[in-house]
Design a protein. Structure first.
Length: 350
């Protein structure tokens, strides 16, 4: 190959740190956007029976400064091969010329390679030849890409009706509330068959963010690896961010998310709306358990997902000096509400 057609793609160097000792490189506990738990608190399975959910806050570990674990965009520093997998052992699909700005959707926790979309092709490139722009060395799996003090209201599973979905999402948009929705693939398929609409696209068009919540809400820790991969694909939401059903994870689940190019986004406030089934209790929990930067868990079928509940939650948080995440208006957060990106940015413009 001549010098003019040379494409670089050697492996990236990954610094070993004592804080990561004991973490398997095969299954890698760099989850939730690259977070690893401190030594003695490495990621363990959280097996929660169906119908029950728990929350256990754990610290965020700052990784070595040359390992950016949550990425957004980068510039190629050489002609760069795009390969079918995250190492030089995979076949070449195409190449990206030097000096090209590309979107970086994911960084593989073991090889450090980036997942990119270029020239109509999905593939992987070596991070050794990418100068990243705006990447952060730390990520908290419980607050996801929200790096602000604003509170993110999130809703899982499926709405009871299309009218209920429209009422909540339109009210939120018109009242400067940006929701994060995590519908299942079963939910999306049902509404597509019944109404001929795509709930995910409908939500994004109103400035809300949509993340993966599996194909059919099976507890991933009970499945084989191949079944996990199937659950994390279509008909579920295809994106770079996902929430495991029941918050149930282990090393194999983490590896499956990595293989799919998805970070995990859990929550730090559980309203337990599925258990209390009370509008007033759900609102109270959302308002008084939240703190600056919280991710609040609710469900689309229960009482928090309505215009009046959203109004009360926003007002209650404001009375405590807390603001909610706003709908997507572009990265400058100015002007009218826009359609939100399918792949979430490294920092939500809340």
């Amino acid at each position: 190959m001549s010098a003019t057609t040379f494409r670089a793609d050697s492996h990236s160097r990954i610094r070993w740190t004592a804080a990561l000792a004991g973490i398997s490189m095969a299954a890698t506990a760099l989850i939730g956007g690259g977070q690893a738990q401190a030594q003695g608190q490495t990621q363990q399975a959280v097996n929660v029976p169906a119908g029950k959910q728990t929350y256990s806050p754990q610290p965020t570990l700052a990784l070595a400064t040359d390992i950016n674990t949550y990425v957004s965009r980068g510039i190629t520093t050489d002609n760069l091969n795009v390969r079918s997998g995250p190492s030089a052992s995979y076949r070449i699909l195409t190449f990206i010329p030097t000096g090209t700005t590309v979107t970086l959707y994911y960084k593989h926790p073991t090889t450090g390679w980036y997942r990119v979309y270029y020239g109509g092709t999905w593939g992987w490139v070596s991070s050794s030849y990418i100068r990243s722009i705006g990447a952060s060395p730390t990520v908290n799996r419980y607050t996801g890409p929200n790096r602000t003090s604003r509170v993110v209201l999130t809703f899982d599973d499926c709405p009871l009706t299309l009218s209920a979905f429209d009422a909540a999402t339109l009210y939120a948009r018109d009242n400067n509330i940006g929701l994060v929705l995590a519908p299942t693939g079963t939910c999306l398929s049902t509404f597509k068959a019944r109404y001929g609409i795509d709930l995910a696209s409908r939500a994004r068009a109103r400035g809300h963010y949509v993340i993966n919540h599996s194909a059919s809400h099976l507890e991933l820790t009970t499945l084989s690896y191949s079944s996990m991969l199937a659950q994390l694909g279509s008909p579920g939401v295809v994106t770079n961010m996902g929430r495991p059903p029941y918050g149930s994870v282990n090393a194999t689940v983490n590896a499956a998310y990595a293989a799919k190019g998805m970070y995990q986004w859990l929550w730090d406030v559980d309203t337990r709306d599925w258990e209390n089934r009370s509008k007033s209790v759900t609102i109270y929990n959302a308002v008084y358990l939240a703190r600056a930067g919280s991710t609040v868990l609710m469900h689309m079928r229960w009482y928090g997902f309505s215009p009046d509940s959203l109004r009360q939650i926003k007002t209650g948080l404001a009375n405590r000096g807390l603001n909610v995440c706003r709908p997507y208006r572009g990265y400058d957060n100015a002007g009218s509400v826009l359609t939100s990106p399918t792949y979430l940015p490294q920092s939500l413009p809340c």
